[in-house]
Write a protein that binds this ligand. Structure first.
Ligand code: 5GP
Length: 233
């Protein structure tokens, strides 16, 4: 059985990755990799569902144990992808989805070949930086100066990430303007990748198979057609 594909979805904070991810997961079967982070949980976020929320000591220990496929620091906190569950699901032939920032995607890009993991890199972009700023400000809720400062940091990082997109060598770029259209694009990418020849050996085998019962009926039909042709001429 061919192993699954690792879909790496990357994009600036506020671009709507989280929403796109949950909509995509409703349409296609993918194992979503839950990241570990040192960021405190936001209201409504759950341990083991949105993230594994840990302290810095636990995160550091996981780095030292080589437990991450990739990890990165993002606006003052650490985020990382636990390696074991990803590899386990891929080995079972299941596709895996990562939703991570650009530094992490670069690391996966570098490591995937040596680990023998087929990986597809998708970059989600906003229609413009202004639209991204608007979304981040709307999401921030109140006028807390610390939050506004964080938004400025996330915007600056987003701009840099988009400028440096070429370095990662993304396979696909999806613009999240109209949510429905961006979700359609993502679904198409997953379905297209599943049609790659190395994953379709079962389809090739099926295409070479014959059904003896139906073959017998077709033999009969062929004889009948020949007979009819002969009597006509
Ligand atoms: P947030 O704090 O908004 O949940 O996430 C901040 C950024 O970290 C987002 O761009 C998100 O995609 C990214 N992120 C989440 N999990 C991981 C991870 O495991 N590794 C890396 N490199 N980035 C992650």
């Amino acid at each position: 059985m061919p192993q699954g594909t690792l879909f790496v979805m990357t994009g600036a904070s506020g671009v709507g990755k989280g929403t796109l991810r949950s909509r995509l997961l409703e349409r296609v079967k993918l194992y979503y990799s839950i990241s570990m982070t040192t960021r405190p949980a936001r209201p409504g976020e759950r341990h083991g569902v949105d993230y594994w929320f840990v302290d810095r000591a636990r995160f550091q220990a996981a780095i030292e144990a080589g437990a991450f496929l990739e990890y990165a620091e993002y606006v003052g906190n650490y985020y990382g992808t636990p390696r074991a569950p990803v590899e386990r699901h891929l080995a079972r032939g299941e596709d895996v989805l990562l939703e991570i920032e650009v530094e992490g995607a670069k690391q996966v890009r570098e490591r995937a070949p040596e680990l023998g993991i087929p990986a597809v890199f998708i970059f989600i972009v906003p229609p413009s930086l202004t639209e991204l700023r608007r979304r981040l400000l709307l999401r921030s809720g109140d006028g807390d100066p610390a939050k506004l400062k964080e938004i400025a940091a996330r915007l600056a990082r987003a701009e840099r990430e988009i400028r440096e997109a070429g370095e990662v060598g993304f396979d696909y770029v999806v613009t999240n303007d109209v949510l429905e259209e961006a979700t359609d694009d993502l679904e198409r990418i997953v379905r297209t990748e599943r049609l790659r020849a190395y994953r379709r050996e079962d389809a090739l085998a099926a295409a070479l198979s014959r059904d003896p019962e139906l073959e017998a009926e077709l033999d009969e039909m062929e004889r009948w057609l020949m007979e009819r042709g002969r009597t006509r001429n």
